[in-house]
Design a protein around this ligand. Structure first.
Ligand SMILES: Nc1nc2c(ncn2[C@@H]2O[C@H](COP(=O)(O)OP(=O)(O)OP(=O)(O)O)[C@@H](O)[C@H]2O)c(=O)[nH]1
Ligand SMILES: [Mg+2]
Ligand SMILES: [Zn+2]
Length: 296
């Protein structure tokens, strides 16, 4: 399933893109909702129309909280192999905490994540922005679309996999995909031309096939990444660099906030793990605790 726009289901079949509709029984909601990335069973009718008969079992599902106050959890895409979290070195300004939020969403969905530092041409030292993530164990790729930087590492990372691009609006997700495969001709727009909140250049979640094999999913930039659904006690596990420290905390139930002899805090003090990442964790923990209160 490549995209779902209105009632049109665009699918990829035998190297071709074609439009299908849902079979009646699926429309009535007896079967599960179809997601981008789903593998579906198609039926070609004599009149040339194609219907979706069935959705195959999913290997993975990326879910996240609905923006705003609503409590719904939304499924974004199925069968992903990895999430590419894109941030801009500038315009919009690099926001570590926001990157951490995207990474937590990937981690809690059990999907590997890659950090891309785009717009490297706009700052002196883009690589330093990615350092805490490299130290945490993530693959980091520094890119610049106008200078063609990072094309090969990104291409290698995407080949033969299903990857979803996420990150704030205007960081260059669509521009990066166009750089890799100009034939995609995805719409991009200058950040300065965007006015007010809620302006996104990419407005739907769409999957595209790559010439080298694999698929990429371009998504609308997110302004609000809620963590609703992440339990406070699950959060530390979403920060992979904490794992080797946690067994050394004095208390088994240490939350790494203000407990005495916390090994995670000590590692941040000594510079072994990033202070900004620990601060992010603490901010997100507070949020997860508040959200959990509302469910009770
Ligand atoms: N200087 C510079 N500009 C870039 C780079 N990558 C993208 N841009 C520009 O940044 C602007 C936003 O790029 P888009 O690709 O539309 O951003 P997006 O992340 O897809 O945004 P949404 O679709 O709204 O989520 C465009 O004007 C791009 O030309 C880069 O590496 N360097
Ligand atoms: Mg876009
Ligand atoms: Zn601790």
């Amino acid at each position: 399933m490549l995209s779902i726009i209105g009632g049109t289901y665009r699918v990829f079949s035998n190297g071709e893109t074609l439009d299908a509709s849902l079979r009646g029984r699926m429309k009535r909601g007896e079967a599960k909702r179809v997601l981008v990335g789903d593998e579906v069973l198609l039926h070609a009718h004599e009149n040339g129309s194609v219907t979706i008969e069935e959705v195959a079992e999913r290997r993975t599902v990326l879910r996240r909280r609905m923006p705003g106050k609503s409590r719904g959890v939304r499924s974004i895409a199925a069968n992903l192999d990895q999430v590419i979290v894109v941030g801009a070195a500038d315009r919009p300004r690099w926001d570590t905490h926001l990157i951490d939020r995207f990474l937590v969403v990937a981690e809690t969905n059990h999907l590997p994540a890659v950090v891309v530092v785009n717009k490297a041409d706009l700052v002196d030292d883009a690589a330093s922005l990615g350092e805490p993530y490299g130290a945490a164990g993530y693959d980091v790729i520094v890119t610049s679309v106008p200078h063609g930087v990072g094309v090969e590492p990104l291409r290698r990372k995407l080949a033969n996999r299903v990857s979803l691009f996420t990150g704030s609006t205007g960081v260059g997700k669509s521009a990066l995909l166009n750089m890799l495969q100009p034939g995609l001709r995805l719409r991009t727009a200058e950040v300065s031309r965007r006015s007010g909140a809620g302006r996104h250049t990419t407005t739907t979640t769409e999957m595209h096939s790559l010439k080298d094999g694999g698929f990429v999913v371009d998504t609308p930039g997110l302004r609000d990444v809620g963590l609703w659904g992440v339990l406070p006690q699950e959060l530390a596990a979403a920060f992979p660099e904490f794992a080797s420290q946690i067994p050394h905390c004095r208390f088994d139930n240490c939350r790494h906030v203000a407990e005495p002899n916390c090994a995670v805090a000590a590692a941040a003090d000594s510079g072994e793990i990033s202070r900004a990442r620990l601060d992010s964790y603490r901010k997100l923990l507070e949020e997860a605790v508040q959200a959990a209160k509302h469910w009770e």
